[in-house]
Design a protein around this ligand. Structure first.
Ligand code: SF4
Length: 228
């Protein structure tokens, strides 16, 4: 199994030094995280947060509230989240109907007590695959994994946890296996590590990375190989 030069906590400490302490995530509970996925079509978390907060404040975040709010009002609330708010509304309606069918209380209980069963249910929601389900369980503090998004996965692959630039389910699982021995059961740390890796993949370790600005460069397999 591929291993990077340093323990994960050292890389995360350096990213915290660069970006500071990430803000506390805003959504709470599995349905709010599903809403969070669909309220915006932009990579900017601040804009997503703005749309989410407005929605929560104006109509609430229960499945019933989503379904009973008139369509023009919902479109107005979703519009600042980027193009095609109608498609995002359709996703939200679908998610709300499915959550009512399954039962929010049942999903909450499974998220708390049986992450494996919760994952099966969460994957029934459109747009929620294995990484999305893992992410919800991480942010609900019931599954101690890093659940990196595509940005975090790119950083981790380049550092040496997997094949650089690999993505997709196989790469996600392989990097997850390589990370497992390095992960503490400390949810505050895991959530911040997830957020910092995402931020690094968005800002510096992009498809074309800016390694000259990266504090991880001296101990990055990709950089040391001269792949830049
Ligand atoms: S050195 Fe370059 S490739 Fe390695 S993590 Fe930093 S930005 Fe990414």
């Amino acid at each position: 199994m591929r291993r990077p030069a340093l323990p994960l906590r050292v890389y995360i400490d350096r990213l915290r030094g660069l970006y500071g302490r990430p803000k506390r995530p805003i959504p709470s509970g599995p349905f709010e995280w599903i809403i969070w996925e669909h309220v915006a079509a932009v990579p900017d978390d601040e804009q997503r947060a703005l749309v989410f907060r407005t929605l929560r404040q104006k109509i609430g975040t229960t499945p019933q509230a989503i379904l009973r709010t008139p369509k023009p009002k919902m479109i107005e609330l979703l519009a600042p989240g980027g193009p095609n708010p109608g498609a995002r509304l359709a996703r939200l309606h679908e998610a709300a109907e499915l959550m009512i069918e399954i039962g929010l209380a049942r999903v909450r209980t499974l998220v708390r007590e049986s992450p494996v069963e919760a994952t099966k249910l969460l994957k029934r929601f459109k747009g929620i695959g294995e990484p999305g389900a893992d992410r919800i369980l991480l942010f609900c503090r019931t599954q101690a994994a890093l659940a990196p998004d595509a940005n975090g996965l790119r950083v981790l692959g380049r550092l040496g946890y997997g094949k650089p630039n690999a993505n997709g389910p196989a790469a996600y699982r392989q990097i997850g296996d390589a990370l497992a021995p390095d992960l503490p059961r400390d949810y505050n740390w895991l959530i911040q590590a997830h957020q910092l890796l995402r931020r690094h993949g968005q800002d510096i370790c992009r498809a074309t990375p800016r390694c000259e600005a990266c504090p991880l460069a001296p101990d990055c397999a990709w950089f040391r190989r001269g792949s830049r």
